[in-house]
Design a protein around this ligand. Structure first.
Ligand SMILES: [Zn+2]
Length: 200
């Protein structure tokens, strides 16, 4: 029982957009409170506590939670009936995301030598007080990084392809891929697979 309650359920907003995951324990609380409904992942039927109990009693398949008086199927996908937002998470500043933002391309000479030959360049060098942030870090090939050394692009007479900024992707959920359940897949869009995984 303990393990089942700790399993994850996918959480959709009212527009069927996946926004998070939660524990089966909390999903059941929401269902009882009426703030969320269960989505049957095969049929897309949406059930409140009453109809989900009835369906559980009728079908008697899949993992169930048992109480003294009833047996109810474990919800795998929940929809928050009163919430239509998409929580925005900022894109994690990570090596992986920086490579992705810059398209595995040296931002000075435009070569794509492969990730092994790319380095992270501080536009305003650390030695001059430059920080490790989205707007101060770019990919540079080994050659360009060597050439630029501890200088600004201006000082080194090198031109950036574009001004570095934080990417405008909107990671919807960040969870370990190992925890994605098969029945969630149809609810999860392409954007999900581009989401940075945690921990980086
Ligand atoms: Zn280069």
């Amino acid at each position: 029982m303990e393990a089942v309650l700790d399993q994850r359920a996918l959480v959709l907003n009212r527009s069927w957009v996946p926004i998070d995951t939660t524990t089966v324990r909390r999903a059941m609380v929401w269902l009882c409170q009426g703030v969320a409904k269960v989505v049957e992942p095969e049929t897309y039927e949406v059930h409140d506590f009453q109809s989900w109990s009835e369906l559980s009693a009728a079908r008697r398949d899949g993992p169930c939670l048992h109480t003294v008086s009833l047996s109810i199927r474990v919800p795998e996908v929940m929809m928050l009936t009163g919430y239509n937002g998409v929580p925005r998470k900022e894109v994690v500043f990570s090596r992986r995301n920086l490579y992705k933002r810059d398209g595995y391309t040296c931002q000075y000479c435009g070569t794509q030598p492969g990730s092994e030959e790319l380095t992270i360049d501080h536009v305003l060098p650390k030695a001059q007080g430059g920080k490790s942030t989205w707007d101060n870090c770019v990919l540079a090939c080994v050659e360009c990084n060597k050439r630029k050394a501890n200088r600004t692009p201006f000082q080194a007479r090198m031109r950036l392809a574009k001004a570095p900024v934080r990417p405008k992707w909107h990671p919807l959920i960040a969870l370990k891929v190992g925890r994605v359940r098969r029945c969630w897949e149809r609810f999860i869009s392409e954007i999900y697979w581009d989401t940075p995984l945690v921990p980086e």
